[in-house]
Ligand binder design. Structure first.
Ligand code: FAD
Ligand code: NA7
Length: 469
């Protein structure tokens, strides 16, 4: 069934209600509040709730309607960078929590923060949940996107038309799963980080992790924290190279298995109980035809995207959050504000050639990056470029860059204590609180436990004191 609409108001379709899709909705809402006429906007989300990765699912494999599970997050995930580096500049942590909190909150706390900004505005009304984008066709005659959706709840397929299509479906969901000779005979569990839901099952086990990036580092440390006997990280290109505590080590790449014995490139061998592939994710857009699909590895400036957002061959197709990420929520905002302005004819799109020149300039700069500090500076420069092009509230990107570099140094010094450090907000100037419990000793990641304050302990003591003896 195809629903045709007789209205001149432009229509915007957004695929995904994670932080990027929600940033797009928030950007339109801000324009509406400013009295501007906004297009008709509909967001489609295949899960039953918003928040993307931050909407934790205990499920792995497929969901209740048989769709591949999107979530890769796990219990006990605490922010892997300072929250001051991702703070929305139009909705501060102070505004949400009404008191200073620490710099590295756990997942439920960040999820709560993301929701706070959008609950204030009735953004839920724009979202059709339990709805998967199945296929996109661009009609050259009408110049509209015809998108096929499945309403999973009632098992119904329908098509809708849009003038603009925003792809905000994330890119840390479809595993990149390499093969190693002999792995099919490995007797223990072999899984990808995408299916990791917590470190509890690995207590007292010897764990082999393949990869040397964020997931390898954090899952390795989580397993160590929650009682794994040993954790070995096996790297392909470069080791993470931090000062590992006893119980975690890095070795060169795995070459093959003989039963439960792993052989490594340096000739050493070791026995393991379980293998976790932290080997990254694929940018996967099964709903897009070949000519519109973004084809890229995980990097800081995917090719073919003008300003990291507009698909160069058809700028009405907009991608959000497709870069590798130092900056997250605030970067998605700067992208969404610019995308909104283009969709509302407030940003003049340069010619295709000019766009190509701009993309090439960024790609060349990207090629020259060497260190992690260079990466931080590069993404900072990108965000400053976007900030110059829209009215998203300015924030001190250079200062955030300084915090990212501190964070990198903190991790180098002590991977087990970096989450105990505190930073100052560039949005409000508020200094973060030290958390009531050191991260290594904190085994409960609930919001209630996190926000539990000493006052309540004092109050509790008072109550106890007043009890008749
Ligand atoms: P996602 O959050 O992935 O959201 C995409 C949404 O699109 C999902 O809700 C999905 O269901 C929906 N969707 C996908 N396909 C379809 C379809 N066909 N139809 C309809 N809906 C669809 N960032 C940080 O800042 N700090 C961290 O500590 C941090 N930790 C992370 C830990 C892990 C394990 C992972 C995987 C990522 C982490 N990130 C972290 C990065 C995280 O990806 C971003 O913070 C953010 O979630 C990206 O937002 P997004 O909206 O672009 O994508
Ligand atoms: P990343 O950052 O894309 O890293 C992928 C890692 O996997 C990286 O170390 C790769 O090594 C390694 N890799 C990829 N393929 C292989 C093979 N075939 N063999 C060995 N190693 C391999 O993904 P992450 O999951 O760590 O992080 C993604 C997000 O999740 C991030 O934003 C976090 O916040 C959470 P390479 O260096 O390329 O040799």
């Amino acid at each position: 069934m195809s629903i045709k609409r007789k209205t001149n108001r432009k229509r915007v379709g957004i695929i995904g209600a994670g932080p990027s899709g929600l940033a797009q909705l928030r950007a339109f809402e801000a324009a509406k509040h400013a009295g501007l006429e906004v297009p008709e906007v509909v967001c489609f989300e295949k899960q039953s709730n918003w928040g993307g990765m931050w909407n934790y699912s205990w499920r792995t494999g497929v969901g209740k309607y048989g769709e591949p599970i999107h979530g890769s997050m796990y219990k006990y995930l605490w922010s892997n960078g300072p929250k001051e580096c991702l703070e929305f500049s139009d909705y501060s942590f102070d505004e949400h929590f009404k008191k200073p909190i620490s710099s590295y909150p756990p997942r439920p706390v960040l999820f709560d923060y993301i929701q706070g900004r959008i609950k204030k505005n009735k953004i839920r009304d724009y979202i059709r949940f339990d709805t998967t984008a199945r296929w996109v066709n661009y009609n050259d005659e009408t110049e509209k996107f015809e998108v096929v959706f499945d309403d999973l709840k009632i098992d119904k397929t329908y098509t809708e038309e849009f003038d603009y299509l925003v792809v905000a479906s994330g890119h840390f969901s479809t595993p990149n799963m390499p093969y190693f000779k002999g792995i099919e005979q490995f007797p223990g569990q072999v899984m990808h980080a995408h299916d990791f839901r917590g470190a509890d099952p690995y207590k007292d086990q010897d764990i082999l992790i393949i990869g040397s990036s964020y997931s390898a580092e954090d899952i390795g440390v989580q397993c160590h924290k929650h009682g794994a006997k040993s954790v070995t990280l096996s790297y392909r290109s470069n080791p993470i190279g931090v000062n590992w505590p006893e119980g975690i080590k890095e070795v060169p790449l795995l070459t093959h298995f003989e039963d439960d014995i792993a052989h490594f490139k340096n000739g050493t061998t070791e026995r393991y109980d379980a293998v976790i592939m932290c080997t990254g994710y694929q940018h996967k857009f099964p709903f897009l035809p070949d000519q519109f699909r973004l084809k890229t590895k995980n990097n800081l400036y995917p090719d073919h995207l003008y300003k990291g957002v507009f698909f160069n061959n058809l700028p009405k197709l907009i991608y959000l959050g497709m870069q590798d990420q130092y900056y997250t929520f605030n970067m998605f905002d700067t992208q969404a504000w610019l995308a909104r302005d283009y969709m509302m004819d407030r940003f003049e799109m340069p010619s295709r050639r000019e766009r190509r020149v701009d993309i090439d300039r960024w790609l060349e700069a990207n090629d020259k990056l060497e260190t992690s500090f260079d990466h931080v500076d590069f993404q900072g420069a990108y965000i400053k470029d976007l900030l110059n092009l829209s009215d998203y509230p300015d924030f001190n990107v250079d200062e955030v860059g300084v915090m990212f570099k501190e964070w990198l140094k903190d991790k180098d010094e002590n991977i087990l204590t970096y989450r105990d450090k505190t930073f100052r907000s560039v949005v409000t100037g508020t200094m973060a609180e030290t958390h009531h419990t050191e991260w290594m000793d904190e085994l409960d990641d609930s919001k209630e436990r996190y926000l539990y304050q000493e006052e309540s302990e004092e109050a509790l003591e008072e109550v106890v004191e007043k009890q008749p003896v």
